[in-house]
Write a protein of this length. Structure first.
Lengths: 86, 402
């Protein structure tokens, strides 16, 4: 799956948690926490949504890597290159 | 026949606006079914039936704002045994509702054969269509040749898709905004409830800092073995342990009414959930003390999702016997919470922070949380809160038992 597709999915997962972000600019390098006031519950729901959309398992120990838009896209690209999803 | 009333969904609510009839006259309803939706300062709340029956006449039309306690509709609870006199009645829209003894009873006229071929339009549908800016007569009828709310809403959705510019509407469905929620109105509701609380309730506050290392270590191990959808957030054990500790200290769990303190027999723990953009709402997890951790987590996930984008239900809004407010990570150390009347206690949790912790003669770094009980001095004293905190601490030290 392409980089662009992953970015679309990450955005989709963010909008599922915070519909008010749709159409707003997202800084790809800034943590959602600092950018959108995500708390850990929001973040857990974001990871759940991302898993549902991509099928990629994200262990808790990797949470920090998907805490930004750019980080999440890189992580997903990396993980899907390592092996087929599921 | 029983009355279906505009409920009070919290101390701060005196009226609500009816925005949707989810069930229609003639529809069978079961205890717990959402019958109508009401717009309040806390957003749109679905009101549930509290007994089984058949929805009879509707007394309040869409868009009407009525005080708490107003009869919204009647529900026929007598099955065929009692012969209720025929009611002035909107014909059962759809008329294809699953047959139930009551629906088949003499009180439900079936005028279909005598009706003209033109579609029937229910009054609610007519009003809703008008509010949305079109004539209900243009709406394709549903089953049974009836234009009801469902058909009007479906037509509205179609029009909205077809229109390049937005459909004129009294309630534009702005994408991304939760419908029916005005954050300024919610702020007013919070202000009213908290001002009343601060004015009427002599608060006391009692705090302890608890070592959560055992809990968090256990959670890390638990979550490492599970896919993300099955993972637990630390709020779940906090809620479960809080509910169990309230069960053990019943003087903190209940309501203060005209006759003083009325202890609750169940523990319905309200959970304060922040709205994005400001505001706070505290729906209850009913019988939280009896649920498994996974069930608490499921309820919490569901509540957070519905606070954000969906609708809460009347049972969740009115049921809380005490409240837990968890400030969350990256926030601040302590929260001195204000009681939600008519409740008599509230539990405030600060962020989890690593602190130097002296225990058994040595100092080590432990992950800790400061928990503060706000209590009502008309009912309890600081000692009860201390008993609660000690009980909570003991429960959290053995997370595998929760």
């Amino acid at each position: 799956m392409s980089h662009a597709n992953f970015e679309k999915m990450v955005r989709e997962a963010l909008y599922a948690i915070a519909p008010d972000l749709e159409g707003e600019p997202i800084d790809p390098a800034l943590r959602y926490r600092d950018q959108f006031e995500f708390d850990s519950m929001d973040f857990l729901h974001f990871v759940m949504e991302l898993h549902r959309l991509t099928g990629v398992e994200i262990p808790e120990s990797d949470y920090a890597q998907v805490g930004t838009l750019a980080g999440a896209v890189a992580y997903l690209t990396d993980r899907s290159a390592a092996g087929p999803p599921q | 026949m029983s009355e279906f009333l505009m409920p009070s969904l919290g101390a701060d609510m005196d009226a609500g606006t009816l925005v949707e009839w989810i069930k229609r006259p003639g529809d069978p309803v079961q205890r717990g079914d959402a019958i109508a939706a009401v717009e309040t300062q806390k957003g749109v709340i679905e009101i549930e039936a509290y007994e089984d029956g058949v929805l009879d006449d509707i007394r309040v039309q869409l868009g009407q704002r009525v005080p708490v306690g107003t009869v919204l509709a009647h529900i026929r609870t007598d099955d065929r045994a009692r012969n209720a006199p025929p009611q002035k009645h909107v014909p059962a829209a759809g008329a294809v509702a699953p047959p139930s003894p009551a629906a088949a009873g003499p009180a439900t006229p079936m005028p279909a054969p005598a009706e003209p071929a033109s579609p029937r339009i229910t009054p609610a549908a007519r009003q809703r269509a008008q509010a949305l800016g079109f004539d209900a007569a243009v709406v394709p009828p549903g089953p049974g040749g009836v234009v009801g709310l469902r058909e009007v809403e479906a037509a509205h959705a179609t029009f909205a898709r077809e229109a390049t510019t937005s459909v004129p509407s009294s309630r534009p469905a702005a994408p991304g905004r939760k419908p029916g929620l005005d954050l300024d109105e919610m702020r007013k509701a919070i202000a009213a409830a908290m001002a009343r609380s601060w004015h009427e309730i002599p608060h006391y506050f009692v705090s302890s800092t608890l070592d959560l290392t055992a809990l968090l270590t256990w959670l890390d191990q638990y979550n490492a073995r599970r896919s993300v959808a099955e993972r637990l957030h630390y709020a779940a054990p906090l809620i479960k342990a809080g509910a169990l500790a309230l069960k053990a200290v019943p003087i903190l769990n209940g309501h203060y009414g005209e006759h003083g303190f009325e202890p609750a027999t169940r523990v319905n723990l309200g959970v304060a959930i922040a709205m994005r953009g400001g505001g706070l709402i505290a729906p209850a997890i009913v019988d939280a003390d009896t649920l498994k951790l996974t069930e608490v987590m499921d309820r919490l996930n569901d509540l957070v999702a519905r606070v954000r984008g969906g609708r809460l239900r009347s049972s969740e809004m009115a049921a809380a016997t005490a409240t837990l407010s968890n400030l969350g990570d990256d926030t601040a150390d302590t929260l001195q919470p204000v009681i939600y009347p008519p409740q008599v206690a509230i539990i405030g949790c600060g962020r989890i922070a690593e602190r130097a912790w002296a225990h058994a003669g040595t100092v080590s770094a432990r992950r800790t949380i400061t928990v503060t009980v706000g209590g009502d001095h008309r009912v309890s004293d600081g000692r009860s809160a201390a008993t609660f905190l000690n009980r909570l601490d003991a429960l959290l030290q053995q997370p595998e038992q929760l």
